[in-house]
Write a protein that binds this ligand. Structure first.
Ligand code: ADP
Length: 340
């Protein structure tokens, strides 16, 4: 698949820039103020009691700042963050290895926590409830289970799919943070901050134009900024103006609503091949030659949030807004009941 500039998922040299752009305190973290204020209180309370933070889950589409928040919490608590992901913890032994390395009050960050295997997930329960793990020693008839005490720690989970978390795991988190897409004003601030870090001049019109086309996602905003810097250096005088930002978006085929070619293809498939829907997610994924997970995690949430796509029990439908945006004639009521 060609790299999508608008893909909220990490790719290419994002990793290096993610570290450069990553805010290191709650005060530097832009937006999401309700969650930020709550997290400040929890950090302060835990520090005063010299206890670990309660277990925390961050949910939301990729690129919205879940990993960033985990790093910030560790920093504000003055402890170490140990990072892993659901698929990386292949068996109970690997989990035990991670858990026994933790120092008092450390954070264990598990990205894509919905992808833990059931066996690993189960062995996590006593660890997060009572800070102990069961370890098997010996073989066959000599096998015994010993209980090992762990230092108190905080589990920080991140997931793009809360719906896939089992109820027992979900119930063990003391606080759940659901991150939503950022408003344009917040993305503007993120772009201005990142531009300062990159030392690239940008004017307010440039920042606003890029923010409006960032799919509500800080990672996308930072990526667009880097591409705009290239256009500014080569085609302009080095500064990102409104005109340079618009050229960047046009060259990358990002339209005025911030949709890219893949977004438009998804909507076009529903409109042209399936009469506007409803059509099942598997059919859409097959038509786009994309894995179903990618369609559900990456493309769909923004189209749903922006009202281009609707969900019905029988599948996805293209909304009137999608027809209008793509310049397609809206169907008459006789053709379908999708807007009624
Ligand atoms: P996620 O873990 O949700 O996929 P990340 O935490 O890796 O997302 O964030 C992606 C990028 O966006 C990082 O470079 C980070 O610096 C930036 N970012 C995310 N949220 C914010 C925010 N609230 N303020 C400033 N930068 C942010």
């Amino acid at each position: 698949m060609a790299e999508r500039v608008l893909s909220p998922a990490e790719s290419g040299d994002d990793d290096r820039f993610d570290r450069l752009f990553r805010p290191s305190s709650l005060d530097e973290y832009i937006g999401q103020s309700k969650h930020k204020e709550n997290l400040k209180v929890f950090v302060e309370a835990a520090r005063r009691r010299k206890e670990p933070l309660d277990h925390i889950l961050f949910c939301g589409p990729p690129g919205l700042g879940k990993t960033t928040l985990a790093y910030i919490l560790a920093k504000e608590m003055g402890v170490t963050l140990h990072s892993t992901s659901g698929p990386a913890v292949e068996h109970k032994g690997a989990l035990a290895g991670l858990l026994t390395k933790l120092e008092a009050n450390d954070l264990l960050f598990i990205d894509e926590i919905h992808r833990l295997t059931p066996a690993v997930e189960e062995s996590l329960y006593p660890a997060i409830e009572a800070f102990q793990i069961d370890i098997m020693t010996g073989d066959g008839p000599y096998a015994t289970t010993i209980q090992l005490a762990l230092k108190p720690f905080t589990m920080v989970g991140a997931t793009t799919r809360t719906g896939l978390l089992t109820a027992p795991l979900l119930s063990r988190f003391g606080y759940i943070v659901r991150l939503d897409y950022y408003p344009v004003e917040d993305l503007e601030k993120i772009i201005l901050r990142s531009a300062r870090l990159l030392e690239v001049p940008i004017d307010p019109a440039g920042a606003r134009e890029l923010a409006a086309r960032s799919r509500g996602t800080p990672r996308v905003a930072n990526r667009l900024l880097r591409r705009a810097r290239d256009f500014a250096e080569v085609l302009g005088k080095g500064a990102i103006t409104g005109a340079i930002a618009r050229t960047t978006a046009e060259r990358l085929e990002i339209d005025s609503a911030g949709l890219d070619e893949m977004d438009r293809r998804l909507l076009t498939v529903i409109i042209e091949h399936y009469d506007g829907g409803p059509v099942g997610i598997d059919t859409i994924a097959a038509a786009l030659s994309e894995p179903r997970d990618t369609v559900e995690d990456v493309y769909e949430p923004f189209l749903l949030q922006q009202g281009f796509l609707g969900r019905t029990p029988r599948g996805r439908i293209a909304t009137r807004k999608a027809y209008e945006h793509l310049g397609k004639p809206t169907p008459t009521p006789a053709q379908g009941d999708m807007f009624s």
